[in-house]
Design a protein around this ligand. Structure first.
Ligand SMILES: NC(=O)c1ccc[n+]([C@@H]2O[C@H](COP(=O)([O-])OP(=O)(O)OC[C@H]3O[C@@H](n4cnc5c(N)ncnc54)[C@H](OP(=O)(O)O)[C@@H]3O)[C@@H](O)[C@H]2O)c1
Length: 203
């Protein structure tokens, strides 16, 4: 597939980019620092800010899908939604945060007392973006909330998928590796199962 990727130079995005290239996809990286990526087969880079609407619309032409791994607080929901509508990109996956997942206590994780203060602005922005996407009935979007703990680790390919509830293991931990998150992103891009839905993953 020909995939455009906003945010491929970041913490999450760099692993997603690796997985996409590993699977043989053609990837166009759109990031302000796209030029920092080393040249590789099937990798195309365009140095762009996501607010450069007309340049982005040109860049998205002829792509099959868009992956977004930019922090939600860095753009307004309508900026992305306008881009998706105007470009007509056939399929979009947004990686957001775990903060909007519902806990066993019935609250969103971001609203619980122990939620770390430094992550709250991003979690609230991601929840607002998810809500804005949920108001879109024509666009082909999906929103992936990782487990609460997301860190480098193994690419196991073995994890559980869920919907709106925070998935925890028997120790009560909600964990996933960046590598397995990338597997879930590319699985969904290749074979969509969560069109116009939020989904999550964890061990
Ligand atoms: N457990 C969790 O819930 C969890 C944990 C971590 C991350 N996340 C989520 O994962 C997503 C990615 O986070 P991250 O930590 O990977 O972010 P990050 O490391 O800060 O990377 C952000 C990416 O966005 C790009 N970017 C930022 N502003 C841009 C702009 N104006 N125009 C174009 N590109 C821009 C950056 O590229 P340039 O600077 O080159 O433009 C970079 O590639 C976020 O939604 C975050 O909430 C969730």
């Amino acid at each position: 597939m020909k995939i455009a990727h906003l945010g491929a130079t970041g913490y999450v995005g760099s692993r997603v980019l690796e997985e996409a290239l590993h699977r043989g996809h053609e990837v166009t990286v759109l990031a302000r620092n796209a030029h920092t990526l080393a040249a590789r087969p099937r990798l195309h880079t365009l140095a762009l800010d996501l607010h450069e609407r007309s340049a982005l619309l040109d860049a998205l032409l002829d792509h099959d899908a868009l992956i977004v791994t930019v922090k939600s607080r860095n753009f307004a929901p309508h900026t992305l939604i306008d881009l998706l509508n105007a470009s007509g990109i056939p399929r979009t996956l947004v990686v957001g945060g775990a903060g909007s997942l519902r806990t066993a206590g019935g609250q969103d994780l971001v609203d619980t007392a122990d939620f770390p203060a430094q992550w709250k602005p991003e979690a609230l922005a991601a929840r607002a973006l998810l809500q804005a996407l949920r108001d879109e009935y024509e666009l082909d979007w999906r929103f992936l909330s990782p487990a609460a703990q997301l860190m480098p680790g193994a690419r196991t390919g073995t994890f559980r998928l869920g919907a709106d509830e925070l998935l925890c293991d028997v120790q009560g931990e909600s964990r996933i590796s960046l590598e397995d998150l990338a597997v879930a992103v590319l699985d969904e891009i290749e074979t969509p199962r969560h069109t116009r839905q939020r989904f999550t993953l964890a061990y």
